[in-house]
Design a binder for this molecule. Structure first.
Ligand SMILES: Nc1ncnc2c1ncn2[C@@H]1O[C@H](COP(=O)(O)OP(=O)(O)O)[C@@H](O)[C@H]1O
Ligand SMILES: [Mg+2]
Length: 1078
């Protein structure tokens, strides 16, 4: 689908009806409602036959895009929804293809969208006509003439922010191919009064504001202008800025457009200079000055502005100043100069400003025409676009409105004439009977204005030319007389007394009933404006300007060409140009765009029923429809008609072979449409009643639905079948692939299973074979063994008789001997060392040698001990004897003993002979000292220890003071009865004395010594050798001692130690002394 929605008829998706001709029932309400409905759906265009009604949307719609242009290009008028492009296309194509000159007439009130419409038409034509560099340049120039003319000729009014204040008719010229060649613009009556004064809420022409806003500093300086609008009296200030209009940007657009259109730089500059001069003229002010001769005279207040204007325009300042003060009237070679009073001076100033500006505007149009006119002389086809100011009704209407409305009146006239004519012609062309229709013809109003004898314009001219005093009132009087009886003329003072009491009509006014409504005109200014006088002094001053453009604008100022004849009045000029225009239009094929303003607020989305109704009424649109429907509401060429409805009949569907006319006949017969409902023209079918058409449309719609269902049905069937076939084909392919795959899988599985089975079988076979081979091998081995045994038995049986019966015993003895021999020999080498403490002994080789081995060990030990002892000297022998004695006495009895084994017995620890301290003690003892040692003597009363020297001699035990060496006690060995000690690890021992002996006075001694074992041993041995009696040594943890008279029990308690490992001794009571040992 190339296009989203391909339309084939205006009737498709219609909102309301696209063509008012189809409206049923037709009356004002339905007409307005239809417009409203369409307007609400953004359908601003509606047809009445080939006339386009356009409602101003006051917002930009997306319906003018290049895509839309393409859509409407080369399509028939009724094929798509109503659009200005359709009309443009129709006009362009009939110009190109049928060689008919066209005109596009755009009418409507001010602000209804005429200018926009004219631009749309031009842009459409530009888009669809030929292409190429040259053609494009022509198009561009034609299009760019618009912004220039709009800047100078448009202004903001209360109706329209961009209201055209001049009429414009533009002929676009084409060659035979339809390529544009150029154009000619005609302008009609610029509203020049706006230059000097604007109604409230309106502005002067755009260009003034544009220059001030958008001109560069440099430009403004050159033009001697200031940016501030309020500096200029001629600028309407209350709405100097318009919402949504960017004057500065527009100025750039205008300059650009001027460049494209072909203005040279110096021309542009001159144009702006004139504009500046006009603006500055407004600032010249006058003050009254009385003269001696009693005449009033005026004087320029501030000459600065005048000076600047003169500098800008190259006018001699004194000349201009004089022109503002005097007026020269020339009559028959006589020159009379009169002074101007202040009012006249202001009038002169404003007249000059208006004339300068309006002449500049006309010059611009001429200049543009020069640029855009066709360069060739070949025959041209022409498309005229008329955009003229719309019908205007203001609060105060003056000469300009009168002229404008007259022009609109004429246009309505031509519309009526041409539509009716065309309609009539069509009926004749098609050979159909023509019925007359009543409608309002405004010819009578035109006549009221333009009649050469009794027309208002003619009377105005008469007044202006009449000698004597002429005022606006005399003009009104004249009107009152002459037009009094005219149906459309109303005046309070007219001869006809109809309006005598109409208070809504002031005395200074007259009212005309235009086709578009009643308009009341103020007569004030009519005469002046019609005269359009510019004092000759001023035009001469302008002509003298050293400024080529201004000079050109005032040719009448040239004194050489002085013309005493009055120039034609503004009214008659306009009338003449309108007449020319009408004549021009009549030669062309008209296309109508009737613009309607939906509201007065310039607002989007608002549809004011009353306002629209008014416009519909005076535009005569309803009559238009009626005329169009006179007899036959709808007509269509046979081909498209047949094409559209052929599906309604079997004979014509799907194809009709033969002339389309016959096809339509067959079709209508088949549908049983009553014969009076339609008529056959030469190329078109005419349908009398829209109802018939709608019935056809309904049937068509119904049929289309049926056809759609049919097509859908077949299409769906086809689609399903194709789909099914495709599925089937795919299924076969998939199935074959799947089968292949499945078979492959199955084969793989079988193959691997076969291998497994095979391997098992092979394994089993191999094992079986192995078993058989092993069996065979064992059999062989058994046979060999049996054979060997058997042979052995055989041999032994044979040789038994040769052996002795006790051979076994001998052999075993021999072996035993051999073993013992070997044992001893080996023992020799394995002997341990000779050290008696060496515990090593070789392991026993045979069990039966156990006792021998131990015995041998003992003997060896004894032997090596003997060997060891044999080495000793006598001294050593004695020491070992003592040690042996100690061992016998204490081994396994006293815990202290093992520690003493390694300590050599020294005996004399204290060397008394060498220490001089003990000289006395040495001298006192003359026997050999066996022990000299310091011991602790335990105090019998409290158990505290005191050091004493303990000496043992051959016969005595001596105790001496350790410090002095004085002998404290002396006990003969014979008095010592017993030595007691504990079984523990302490050095306490008690020496018991014989009762009654000399030493026993204080009782038994209790000592503690580090060498207890040695001392006890030596005491024992000495006693034995001295007294031949064995000293009793008691080892017990509890023994009794005799302290003086008391028998005290010494008790050894293990543990419970307070000061470390030192044994402590404590007398508990007179019966008990406790020794705490570790
Ligand atoms: N087709 C349109 N689309 C959008 N806006 C429009 C259209 N026609 C008119 N207008 C708006 O209405 C304003 C007045 O239109 P214009 O053509 O100047 O009126 P006229 O020339 O009839 O006085 C324009 O400035 C524009 O804003
Ligand atoms: Mg306009």
């Amino acid at each position: 689908m190339a296009k989203m929605e391909t339309k084939t008829s205006l009737l498709d998706n219609m909102i309301g009806v696209g063509d008012m001709v189809l409206l049923e029932p037709l009356n004002e309400d339905t007409f307005i409602n239809n417009l409203k409905k369409r307007f609400d759906h953004s359908e601003i265009y509606t047809y009445i036959g080939s006339v386009v009604i356009s409602l101003n949307p006051y917002r930009s719609l997306p319906i003018y895009s290049p895509e839309k242009v393409e859509e409407y290009r080369n399509r028939n008028f009724y094929e798509l929804s109503p659009h200005i492009f359709a009309l443009s296309d129709e006009a362009y194509r009939s110009l190109r293809d049928q060689d008919k000159d066209q005109c596009i007439l755009i009418t409507g009130e001010s602000g209804a969208g005429k200018t926009e419409a004219s631009k749309l038409v031009m842009s459409y034509v530009a888009a669809v006509c030929g292409k190429g560099a040259e053609v494009n340049q022509v198009k561009e120039q034609l299009l760019q003439s618009n912004p220039v003319l709009e800047a100078f000729g448009n202004a903001k009014t209360v109706r329209n922010d961009n209201s055209s204040r001049f009429g414009k008719y533009m002929d676009i010229e084409f060659d035979f191919k339809g390529d544009p060649l150029g154009g000619v613009i005609s302008n009609y009556l610029l509203e020049k009064s706006r230059v000097v004064k604007q109604p409230r809420g309106e502005r002067n022409f755009h260009i003034f504001y544009q220059i001030l806003s958008g001109g560069s500093e440099d430009l403004l300086c050159r033009l001697k202008l200031e940016r501030d609008f309020s500096r200029y009296n001629y600028l309407g200030l209350d709405s100097a800025r318009v919402n949504g209009v960017d004057d500065a940007a527009n100025f750039r657009t205008v300059r650009n457009a001027m460049q494209i259109v072909g203005f040279m730089d110096h021309e542009t500059q001159s144009v702006f200079e004139v504009v500046a001069a006009v603006l500055k003229l407004g600032n010249i002010e006058f003050k009254p000055e009385s003269r001696v001769n009693g005449l009033d005279e005026s004087k320029i207040k501030d000459k600065n502005e005048l000076k600047e204007i003169c500098e800008l325009t190259g006018i001699d300042q004194s000349v201009l100043e004089r022109a503002f003060s005097f007026r020269t009237v020339e009559a028959k070679q006589e020159k009379v100069s009169t002074t101007l009073n202040v009012a006249q001076a202001y009038y002169a100033r404003d007249a000059l400003a208006k004339n300068l500006y309006s002449r500049l505007f006309s010059w611009l149009v001429t200049r543009i025409n020069e640029s855009i006119k066709a360069q060739t002389k070949v025959r041209k086809k022409v498309m005229g676009v008329l955009d003229i100011y719309g019908f205007e009704i203001f609060e105060e209407n003056s000469f300009e409105q009168f002229i404008i409305n007259y022009c609109n009146e004429k246009l309505q006239q031509i519309f009526i004439e041409l539509t009716l004519k065309e309609e009539q012609e069509e009926y004749i062309r098609e050979g159909i009977e023509w019925t007359h229709i009543e409608y309002f013809n405004n010819a009578i109003i035109c006549d009221l204005i333009e009649n050469n004898q009794t027309g208002i314009l003619a009377m105005l001219d008469e007044e202006c030319l009449r000698p004597g005093t002429v005022t606006d009132d005399t003009f009104l009087e004249k009107l009152n007389q002459i037009c009094a009886t005219h149906q459309h003329f109303e005046s309070r003072m007219s001869k006809c007394s109809r309006f005598l009491n109409d208070t809504s009509l002031p005395h200074c006014c007259f009212r005309i009933q235009h086709y578009a409504g009643k308009v009341m005109y103020q007569v004030e200014g009519f005469v002046d404006k019609n005269n359009d006088l510019l004092y000759r002094d001023l035009s001469q001053a302008m002509w003298k300007a050293n400024h080529s453009l201004i000079k050109d604008l005032f040719p009448e100022g040239n004194p050489a060409k002085i013309n005493l004849k009055r120039p034609p009045t503004a009214g008659s000029q306009f009338k003449a140009s309108v007449a020319t225009l009408m004549k021009n239009l009549q030669t062309k094929n008209p296309n109508y765009i009737r613009c309607i303003k939906p509201n007065d607020k310039k607002a989007a989305h608002i549809f004011n029923d009353a306002l629209v109704c008014h416009q519909v009424r005076y535009l005569g649109l309803l009559e238009n429809v009626r005329v169009r429907r006179a007899g036959y509401a709808f007509r269509q060429p046979y081909e498209p008609c047949l094409e559209r409805y052929k599906m309604l009949c079997k004979q014509t569907w799907p194809h009709w072979r033969g002339p389309a006319r016959d096809g339509v006949k067959v079709l209508f017969n088949d549908l049983e449409i009553p014969e009076e409902e339609y008529s056959f023209g030469r190329s078109k079918i005419f349908i009398r009643n829209p109802r018939t058409l709608f019935k056809l449309e309904d049937l068509r719609k119904q049929r289309l639905e049926d056809l759609a269902t049919l097509i859908q049905k077949i299409y769906r069937g086809w689609k399903c079948r194709t789909h099914f076939l495709l599925m089937k084909k795919s299924q076969i392919v998939i199935a074959s692939w799947y089968r292949r795959y499945a078979q492959q899988k199955k084969y793989q599985k079988i193959k691997s299973s076969a291998i497994v089975v095979q391997s098992y079988i092979r394994g089993w076979k191999a094992r079986k074979l192995l078993r058989e081979l092993k069996h065979q091998k064992r059999c062989n081995k058994a046979v060999t063994t049996i054979a060997a045994y058997w042979h052995g038995t055989q041999v032994r049986r044979e040789y038994r008789k040769f052996f002795r019966a006790n051979a076994g015993k001998k052999i075993s003895e021999f072996i035993l001997q051999k073993i013992i021999q070997k044992y001893f020999l080996e023992m020799k080498t394995k002997m341990p060392s000779l050290s008696p403490v060496d515990k090593n002994w070789p392991a026993r080789p045979y069990l039966f040698l156990d006792s021998t081995h131990n015995e041998l060990k003992r003997i060896f030990h004894l032997w090596r001990c003997k060997k060891y002892r044999d080495q000793f000297t006598d001294q050593q022998k004695l020491v070992y004897e003592e040690k042996l004695e100690a061992s016998e006495l204490f081994k396994d009895k006293k815990a202290l003993y093992p520690a003493s084994v390694g300590q050599p017995f020294q005996g004399a620890y204290l060397e008394i002979s060498k220490n001089p301290k003990y000289k006395k003690l040495k001298d006192a003892v003359d026997e050999k000292i066996i022990i000299a040692e310091v011991v602790n003597k335990i105090n019998r009363a409290n158990g505290k220890a005191t050091s004493r020297i303990f000496l043992l001699t051959n016969s005595n035990v001596l105790l001496a003071d350790q410090k002095s060496g004085n002998i404290k006690s002396e006990v003969p060995l014979g008095d010592v009865t017993k030595v007691s000690m504990s079984s523990q690890n302490d050095g306490f021992f008690a020496v018991h004395l014989k009762e009654g002996s000399g030493a026993a006075g204080k009782g038994d001694f209790l000592f503690s010594s580090d060498h207890l074992i040695e001392m006890a041993t030596k005491l024992y041995r000495t006693t034995l050798s001295q007294t031949k009696q064995k000293l009793n040594i008691e080892i017990s943890d509890e023994f009794l001692v005799q302290f003086r008279q008391d028998k005290v029990c010494v008790k050894f308690i293990q543990g419970n130690q307070r000061n470390g490992n030192v044994p402590t001794c404590k007398r508990k009571n007179n019966r008990l002394l406790e020794v705490a040992v570790p």
